[in-house]
Unconditional design. Structure first.
Length: 325
């Protein structure tokens, strides 16, 4: 009577120790077995009727057993209109289905075979969690849990170990960037003003990239799967485009005003615009890539995206300067 069923994807919400019987069994025989095996059963709200192929063909509530003569066979009283779900059904949908049809337990069925039952206590737990999420949603919090490591609970040395590789990558990138700048030594000697704006190009690229990363990581943590990435990328890149254009115009105005070198101002402004636009794209892509690889973007995107931003902004700056000057 007690059937040990293989657990599937919904295993943590269902139980397999449920009473089963055959359609031709009499109520008396079923009740007799129930009294013997009751300690082994985790749910006795319903008797699940199976055919010779172990497929679910009917359900009988315990109340029905007492409402009929003990000599009556189960097929005479069982409900053939079975409310069941598949193993991959959403948990909240299962709970709402139970409420809609006023049933205490919901059988989980795959290809007609009974895998287990989601009992009433699990249904209540699902509904309670759903209610909490709805309340948090009303408060503007769309997800109450984060998938990344808790910095206050993880061991100190493990935290350090997780951060070191990303910082080493950043250090190597800085050395490579310095070697690249050395290639344009002659250009810097001829147009010394270009050297003055290397920190400005690098800083503005880092600042904009960090803004994108911080907002993206926050939105990933809060919105999770609800975040529509294509629309999100398009919106953030559009914002980056307008910010890059605004900053480039300001740079052109400042350099023209204080240095009176209008063409140099144009070169620096163009470099700034392209560098900021590229940074807007790379900061989002790198953060997304780190997240897809199963790494914590809060740890990796900062150092890695920063050095990518620094290097690309420097490359763009000197390439444009070499082409236009």
């Amino acid at each position: 009577m007690v059937q040990k069923l293989k657990k599937d994807s919904i295993a943590h919400k269902m139980i397999s120790e449920v009473p089963t019987a055959r359609a031709n069994e009499k109520i008396s025989a079923v009740m007799r077995r129930l009294s013997i095996e009751s300690k082994l059963l985790k749910n006795i709200d319903y008797i699940y009727v199976l055919n010779k192929h172990e497929k679910l063909i009917g359900v009988v509530s315990i109340r029905e057993l007492f409402a009929h003569s003990k000599s009556v066979e189960l097929e005479k009283v069982m409900n053939r209109n079975i409310i069941s779900v598949s193993p991959d059904t959403d948990q909240e949908k299962v709970a709402h289905l139970a409420l809609k049809h006023n049933i205490k337990s919901v059988p989980v069925v795959k290809r007609g075979r009974l895998l287990g039952v989601v009992p009433s206590n699990k249904l209540i737990s699902i509904l309670n969690r759903s209610l909490q999420e709805d309340i948090l949603h009303f408060a503007g919090i769309h997800k109450s849990h984060l998938e990344y490591e808790n910095t206050m609970e993880i061991p100190l040395f493990m935290t350090i170990w997780h951060r070191i590789p990303w910082l080493i990558i950043g250090l190597l990138g800085i050395i490579f960037t310095a070697a690249f700048i050395n290639i344009f030594e002659a250009t810097l000697e001829k147009y010394l003003i270009l050297a003055f704006f290397i920190p400005a190009i690098v800083y503005m690229s880092d600042a904009l990239g960090t803004q994108h990363q911080t907002l993206f990581i926050r939105d990933l943590a809060i919105l999770g799967k609800e975040l529509k990435l294509k629309q999100y990328y398009l919106r953030q890149i559009t914002i980056g485009l307008f910010l890059a254009l605004l900053i480039a115009v300001l740079v052109y105005a400042i350099v023209s005003l204080f240095w009176k070198q209008y063409y140099i101002a144009f070169v620096i402004a163009v470099s700034m615009f392209i560098a900021l636009l590229i940074t807007s794209i790379t900061s989002l892509l790198i953060t997304s890539l780190i997240n897809k690889l199963g790494q914590d973007p809060a740890l990796g995107s900062g150092p890695f995206a920063t050095i990518i931003s620094d290097f690309t902004s420097i490359v763009i700056y000197f390439l444009i300067a070499s082409l236009l000057l």
